[in-house]
Design a protein around this ligand. Sequence first.
Ligand SMILES: *Cc1c(COP(=O)(O)O)cnc(C)c1O
Length: 224
Amino acid sequence: MSFQENYHRICEEIEDIKSRIGVSYPITIVAVTKTFGPEVVREALVAGIQNIGENRVQEASEKFPALSDFQFTRHLIGHLQSNKINKALQLFDVIQSVDSLELAQGLEKRLSRQLPIFIEVNTSQEASKHGITPEQARDLIAQVKEMPHLHIQGLMTVGPLTNDEKLIRQSFQLLKRLRDDVQSWFSYPLGLSMGMSDDYRIAIEEGSTMLRLGRALFGSRTYT
Ligand SMILES: *Cc1c(COP(=O)(O)O)cnc(C)c1O
């Protein structure tokens, strides 16, 4: 299926789920273009996608220059190493993977503009995953909230790699509880960036406001 067809089918599906569960807030799609070339990104942008996600600074630096004739929001969704902060700040509009105080401080001290960020939480207890632990998340959010250039847009998580729907749901519910917990600290609604190609339907049911979709939109990736 073409990108257009996948995109329209997923948009309809999102609307169907929203009306079934009775929510009316917007749900943003971030099209995750890692491993795909600029021509694929271009096709998505022409079809109306406004948010693009990449997980590697180096890959984005090779891809984005070829797309300078488009206006779109660039999201870093992968782990950011401190030696790549400067480059990431040149390339990205939103950093979704802020998962430590050190990283937040490293970003803050280099910024002279407002930077929208998400706090990445490890909700699955998988050691291989990045993200602050749920126990430490409140402290990190409280500290980042005081940094003048970092603007917390919400919380982000990667669901567990499993077919067990119950475990996936628990992970998303944990993120939502955390958001609800800290929401009163903020004067605007915090978002929930959760849901990928295999679990976005569950994520919507659990309150997601932002889906990060790769394969569901573009087909399978081939890693070289
Ligand atoms: C790759 C990736 C996605 C998208 O994955 P799909 O399964 O292709 O939808 C979303 N979020 C992060 C952090 C990723 O690295």
